[in-house]
Design a protein around this ligand. Sequence first.
Ligand code: FAD
Length: 445
Amino acid sequence: MAPSMDAEAIVIGAGLAGLVATAELVDAGRRVIVVDQEPEGSLGGQAFWSFGGLFLVDSPEQRRLRVRDSVELAWQDWLGTAGFDRDEDHWPRRWAEAYVEFAAGEKRSWLHDQGVRFLPNPGWAERGGYDATGHGNSVPRFHVTWGTGPGLLEPFVRRVREGVARGLVTLRHRHRVDALTVTAGAVDGVAGALLEHSRAARGAPSSRQEVGEFRLHAPAVIASAGGIGANHDLVRQNWPQRLGRPPQHMLSGVPDHVDGRMVEISRTAGASLINPDRMWHYTEGIENWSPIWSRHGIRILPGPSPLWLDGSGRRLPVPLFPGFDTLGTLAHIMQTGHEHTWFVLTQKMIEREFALSGSEQNPDLTGKSIPKVLRSRVLDGAPGPVEAFKRHGADFIVEDDLGRLVSRMNALTDEPLLDGGDLEREIRARDNEIANPFTKGSSIN
Ligand SMILES: Cc1cc2nc3c(=O)[nH]c(=O)nc-3n(C[C@H](O)[C@H](O)[C@H](O)COP(=O)(O)OP(=O)(O)OC[C@H]3O[C@@H](n4cnc5c(N)ncnc54)[C@H](O)[C@@H]3O)c2cc1C
C-alpha cells in the first residue's frame, strides 16, 4: 500500500544546494520538509565557509576589465578540463552545456535580483597553462561574492525562512537519513535516526548519539547531501589511477558532515552512480592553526612571485604554478616521492600576494566592509589572518637568514632533503628574472 504523504517534497541536506531547491519549491507553492543531520547553527553547510567564487561568463565585471569571454570560449575550456571520455558522460555533458549557457545568461541577473553582488576584479582560477584545448580557464572568470560564502547564502536562507513563515517549509535538524524508502520502484521517502541535541559551533563536529527514529514520505525526494571530502577512506577507495597513489597525509577543506554516506544509501535504493573517480583536490593546503573541524586544512592562494618547490627543493615544472592545474600538480607531486612542497617567499610577497581561501580567513570581504578591505589589502602589512598563520601555523617558518631557514625546513620533515646552496641558486636566478621587465618565467608574465 502506498504510504500517506507528509509533504510534496523532501530535501535531504540544508546546504546551499538544498536551500536553493527549497526556495524554488516555495516559489512554486510546494510544501517541503528539509532534513539535515547537523544542528540549526550549521544551516548552509559548506557554502558558509566558502570564498563564494562563482563561474560567470561574459559578465559586466569581465567586460569592464576588457576580458572578452563567450559561451564558445567557456565551453571549449570546459571540455578541456572535463575530459569527457566515456559513455556515462552523456548526461554530465548535457548538464555542462546547460550550465555554461546559464553562467553566460540568467545566472548573474538571477543572483543580482536577489541582492548578490560581486567584487569588481574576477580572479583567474585554474588557468591551465597548456594549449587552447587543454585544461583550464582561458580568461579570469572567478567572481568573488561581496560577503563571500555567507553573502551568497543570504538570499536563499531568507527565502527558505519566508517559506517557514508561510507554513510551506519545515526545517528538521538533527535528522540523519540512513535509507531512502522505495515503493513500486520509486523513491518515496526517507528513514533515519534522530540525533541528540547539539550545541556544536557552526562547522564543528556534532554528536552522533541517536535518540530516536523517523520516517517521512513525499512523492519527490531531493538528495543534496554534499560530497565525500571529509571521509578520507571513501576518497582513497575512489582514488583515480591517473593521479598515482593517494597521499598518506591529507587535510580536509570541508567540515566533518561532508561524510559521503548518502552515496551508498542512494546506491542501495537503486541509484545509478557514475564517475566516482572524478574528484578535485588542492595541493596548497596547510593545517589550520585554529581548527574548526577535524584535520582542518586551509588553502593558500599564492600569487606568482613565491617560489614553489617540491620536497627535495626542485621547482615544480611549467605550468604547475599555484592556481594553474591543481590535479596535474597533485599527480606530479605524488611522482616526486614526497608528499609535501614548499613556498619560499619574502615579507613583501606575503603582504601583497598571499591570500587564504574561505570566508573566515577574509573577514573584510565577508563583513562587506570597504574600509577594512582598504586597510587590510592596500596598506602595509599582511592581512590579519595571514599574519596569524605566519605566527602560529605549524607549516610556517620565518627566518632572516637563508642558512637558518634551510636548517629549520629540514628539521620539519622526516629527512633533511634540502640543500642550502641549491636553494640559494634558485632564489638568485629568480631574483634576476624579476628585476627585468622581460622574463622567460611564464608564471610572471
Ligand atoms: C573553505 C571552502 C571554500 C570554498 N570555496 C568555493 C568557491 O570559492 N567557489 C565554489 O564554487 N565553491 C567553493 N567551495 C565549495 C562549495 O562551497 C560547495 O561545493 C557547496 O557549498 C556544497 O553545497 P551542498 O549543498 O552541495 O553541500 P553541503 O554544503 O555539504 O550541504 C550538505 C548538507 O547535507 C547534510 N547531510 C549530509 N548527509 C546527510 C544525511 N545522511 N542526512 C541528513 N543530512 C545530511 C549535511 O549535514 C549538510 O548540511 C568551497 C568550500 C569550502 C569548504
